[in-house]
Design a protein around this ligand. Structure first.
Ligand code: NAG
Ligand code: NAG
Length: 216
């Protein structure tokens, strides 16, 4: 091999190394193991008085979930806001390191809505709420996580390190947000549409495909 080839290979390796060190090449699922899922793992919650097909469809691998601001809660005894959501069933966790992955699409006009959450915490009802407000993604109604979320597919990865007490959010493979969690509890992932307490659009929709759960 010529000297110039060594230079070439060395620069390539350095470039790859640099890419990883900068977090550009690192995949959030690296080092995790996918948990096998069946349709049973996808429990659906929707306004109690309407049939599922009026708020949910599943075609060509895409789950579409929608809800209206004046819909009923998921349970007649509940006072919560309307929702149509996938609740990951059978994979509740209370320790370890877990990850949710999904590709999501939120149409322009959908606002004031939680599109993904980690349900459960030591004290609160939730550990993480990811809401869309006017095309922005926020942590609850506060911290801005990402902008320009309408009318495009984006990849969402949420890592919950229960043992380390932290939650990390990635959009399109790039880390966008990290926050302390709220302690262990009966924890599980959800996605779909769940109306926020305020600033709600009348119609709310999100679409999801390739939902995966990983753990370490
Ligand atoms: C959303 O739709 C409104 C009304 O049609 C438009 O003014 C706005 O620019 C759109 N926003 C995005 C991010 O496409
Ligand atoms: C909710 O609406 C109020 C009043 O229109 C506004 O001041 C506030 O910024 C909105 N909050 C969010 C998170 O969009």
């Amino acid at each position: 091999m010529k000297i110039s080839h060594y230079y070439c290979i060395t620069s390539l390796l350095l470039l790859i190394l640099f890419c990883f060190s900068e977090g550009w090449c690192a995949d959030p699922t690296y080092g995790f193991t996918a948990v096998p899922l069946t349709e049973w793992n996808f429990e659906l919650q929707k306004p109690y008085d309407v049939p599922l097909e009026e708020r949910y469809s599943y075609e060509n691998g895409v789950r579409k979930l929608w809800v209206y601001a004046d819909d009923k809660p998921h349970d007649p005894n509940s006072l919560t806001q309307p929702r149509t959501e996938v609740r990951i069933r059978g994979l509740d966790y209370s320790s370890g390191v877990w990850q949710f992955e999904g590709y999501a699409f939120v149409p322009n006009g959908t606002s004031g809505v939680t599109v993904s959450q980690i349900h459960g915490a030591a004290q609160d009802a939730t550990t993480l709420i990811l809401r869309i407000y006017n095309g922005d993604m926020r942590y609850y109604s506060a911290d801005l996580i990402a902008t320009g979320m309408y009318d495009r597919w984006f990849r969402l990865n949420v890592i919950h390190d229960v043992d380390g007490g932290k939650v990390t959010v990635f959009i399109d493979g790039v880390q966008k947000f990290q926050v302390k969690d709220k302690g262990p509890g009966d924890l599980y992932f959800k996605c779909g549409v769940y109306a926020a307490p305020r600033n709600i659009s009348y119609y709310m929709e999100s679409r999801w495909r390739d939902i995966k759960i990983y753990k370490k």
